[in-house]
Design a binder for this molecule. Structure first.
Ligand code: SF4
Length: 288
């Protein structure tokens, strides 16, 4: 299991996404020295538990010192440096080359729609779709080998477009797709058929696809696509609770529970205890 040390770089961004998890009233950067100190900070378990650094925000590539931060992470000994980005500045080929030359070869690019109408409505910035798609294409087409993940953030405004977004990024030949649940007011009953279609499309095209924010009991037959199995991380800040039936679930030990916001709208009906599971042995090994 690869573990990334997550380094928050501040909240400034050139998008204004409706469902942003990092939106704060005080929009600011962490100063360069603070970020470098975080990169170099020794953790109580020792930095050896981490395989790499993830820079996230805000939009990390907006920072003037982004090349310096990537280099610092490599000098600090991290073999993998990953940037979570909206990809807009990567629409400039020179920017891709500079970041890659500084030592970052892993990119996760957030995309919200298969066309400008849907994507730009969510980012609330016109032209952002064109730039993000150009950025993704630059990353995928550039000759030097990089690992490019398309992170599809799914919500009430785009879930019906999900299969189209997956087809779009498969056409670009991304290395991996993550579908991240970005909106706990979206009914799982309407979402899950689109998730399962998308996974099947991706499998047929031999592209690795994972989900984020969905629970084992939602994913019958597709549990191996739950990203938290491999990362051990849960990215949402929501308060999680368990359904009454969770006590009988054989996977409860590995499940962080359900968003209380979701429960307040839809109740517990979408969460039924898993009585037996063929991923239990895998989970024990991965979490040993
Ligand atoms: S513990 Fe509850 S929410 Fe989690 S997988 Fe089991 S039934 Fe679903």
């Amino acid at each position: 299991m690869l573990r990334y040390k997550r380094i928050y770089i501040g909240s400034r961004c050139d998008n204004n996404c409706k469902y942003c998890n990092y939106k704060v009233s005080n929009i600011t950067w962490l100063d360069t020295q603070s970020v470098i100190e975080s990169i170099n900070e020794r953790d109580s378990l020792g930095d050896s538990v981490y395989d790499g650094i993830l820079l996230y925000g805000g939009e990390p590539i907006l920072r003037n010192d982004i090349l310096q931060l990537v280099k610092e992470a490599r000098v600090a000994g991290y073999k993998r440096v990953k940037i979570l980005t909206n990809g807009r500045l990567l629409s400039y080929q020179e920017m891709v080359e500079q970041i890659v030359n500084a030592g970052c070869l892993l990119f996760e690019v957030k995309i919200f729609g298969s066309n400008p109408d849907i994507h730009d409505k969510i980012t609330q910035v016109s032209n952002s779709f064109i730039e993000t798609v150009k950025g993704l294409r630059n990353l995928c087409e550039n000759q030097r080998k990089k690992f490019v993940c398309a992170r599809i953030q799914v919500n009430r405004d785009n879930f019906m477009d999900l299969e189209n977004i997956v087809a779009l990024v498969i056409d670009m030949m991304v290395d991996r797709i993550i579908i991240s649940l970005n909106d706990y007011e979206l009914s799982l009953r309407v979402l899950l058929p689109h998730i399962k279609n998308s996974i099947n499309i991706s499998i047929l095209n031999r592209i690795w696809i994972l989900t984020e924010g969905l629970r084992f009991c939602n994913m019958g037959g597709f549990e191996k696509h739950i990203s938290e199995l491999y990362s051990g991380e849960h990215f949402n800040n929501e308060e999680f609770v368990y359904a009454p039936g969770c006590n009988d679930c054989v996977l409860k030990h590995y499940c962080p529970g359900i968003s209380s916001k979701y429960i307040s709208i839809y109740g517990y009906d979408d969460f039924k205890a898993v009585n037996e599971s063929n991923i239990l042995d895998d989970l024990k090994v991965l979490n040993a």
